[in-house]
Design a protein around this ligand. Sequence first.
Ligand code: ZN
Length: 156
Amino acid sequence: MPLIFQKRQNMVEDKDSALDSPTAFTPYEPDADEEYMNADQRAHFRKILNGWKQALMTEVDRTMHHMQDEAANFPDPNDRASQESEFSLELRTRDRERKLLNKINESIARVDRDEYGFCDSCGAEIGIRRLEARPTATLCVDCKSLDEIRERQIAP
Ligand SMILES: [Zn+2]
């Protein structure tokens, strides 16, 4: 396998891990009478979101440097062709990264405004476990399911 493809595969694997889930954290254990999204819980999610953001920004940096390094290294036209397809893949990944960064920033802003963790559609509590699995979630499980059913009906 040409080195460049091997490299691309490695990079994709690396990136998916940073893209799809936050970095490791200890799950929050609320007391029985604890108020939902109190200061402790908000601090917990702010930490998760900031950690994820940092990991993602490191990843974006790495991709940028990688692309700049590679651009200088392939004078052969055949290498350039495979390099270009690698770049278009990386650009798509960067686009996903940018969108995710926006979502994370928006979630952090919600924490700051004390609006984090409530469903955009019905106002219900999204829930600690669901937010830990998907820290950028803006819908509760029920509304999300409804949303997906509707999307499937609209899709051709
Ligand atoms: Zn809802």
